[in-house]
Design a protein around this ligand. Structure first.
Ligand SMILES: O=C(O)[C@H](O)[C@@H](O)[C@H](O)[C@H](O)COP(=O)(O)O
Length: 241
């Protein structure tokens, strides 16, 4: 069952980041209070980094026990493990280290040190998800590119039609070129999907995705939560709605 998307518009990137971080902490605390071990998938990108820093700032005042949160990624750059381009490295530095996440429950996607190529990396992550995942994510967070890409699923790329769980990507139009990404099949196993979008450069992609675009043209149109889809936007990103 996919529900109508909910749209939240915030004044600017800073208030957007604070709102998303606060909502995430609230959801995680509620899930843990109900006895759950929540499973979330993080994204990379600029507004995601702002949100991660807000999580670090706000978490001490929350009830969340980060050692009991399982952390995945929706995509990752296939580069050296210590590369500043790594989404997981950015998230570790921005908040996961600070909030006390349990390394045994944090699952970065493979780097060039872990796999011979992007396809081997995707195969390995699929196995990790099967072994340590619960079969669904409680919350999947996704940034969006100006072309409507989400994770590392880019318009017109063959990975859009994959029926696997994770796929290797080469020739990414957004550098770096080699990546590993969850597929629509995996992303749509989320109970709740949150799009995190800041800036006028994304306004057209947001309007197209919400306006019923084909997922091959606007991949963001291909993802929705089984229970909830929320578009967290700032004013500029919402300006074409
Ligand atoms: O690895 C990546 O590059 C991201 O996962 C990618 O999907 C990102 O979320 C969007 O491109 C938005 O990035 P910005 O917020 O920096 O525009």
């Amino acid at each position: 069952m996919t529900t109508e998307p909910r749209i939240e518009v915030h004044e600017d990137p800073a208030t957007l980041a604070t709102a998303v971080a606060g909502e995430l902490l609230s959801r995680l605390a509620d899930a843990q209070a109900a006895g759950g071990v929540p499973q979330i998938a993080l994204t990379g990108g600029t507004i995601a980094e702002d949100i991660h820093r807000e999580i670090a700032r706000l978490s001490p005042g929350s009830e969340v026990d980060w050692s009991q949160v399982v952390v995945w990624w929706g995509d990752e750059r296939f580069v050296a493990p210590d590369s500043p381009d790594r989404n997981s490295g950015q998230a570790q530095a921005a908040f996961l280290d600070a909030v006390g996440a349990d390394p045994a429950r944090v699952h970065p996607m493979p780097s060039t040190a872990d796999a011979s190529d992007v396809d081997a990396g995707a195969t390995a992550y699929t196995a990790t998800l099967r072994e340590h995942g619960s079969g669904e994510f409680d919350i999947v967070m996704l940034g969006i590119g100006p072309d409507g890409h989400i994770a590392s699923l880019f318009p017109g790329f063959p990975q859009l039609d994959s029926d696997g769980i994770a796929v290797g990507v080469t020739g990414s139009p957004k550098p770096p070129p080699e990546r590993v990404s969850l597929t629509f099949a995996a992303l749509n196993r989320a109970r709740s999907v949150w799009f995190l979008v800041s800036g006028g450069g994304k306004a057209s992609a947001v309007a197209s995705a919400l306006g019923g675009a084909d997922l091959h043209d606007i991949p963001a149109a291909g993802v929705s939560g089984r229970e909830e889809t929320i578009w967290f936007l700032d004013r500029e990103a919402a300006s074409s709605l």
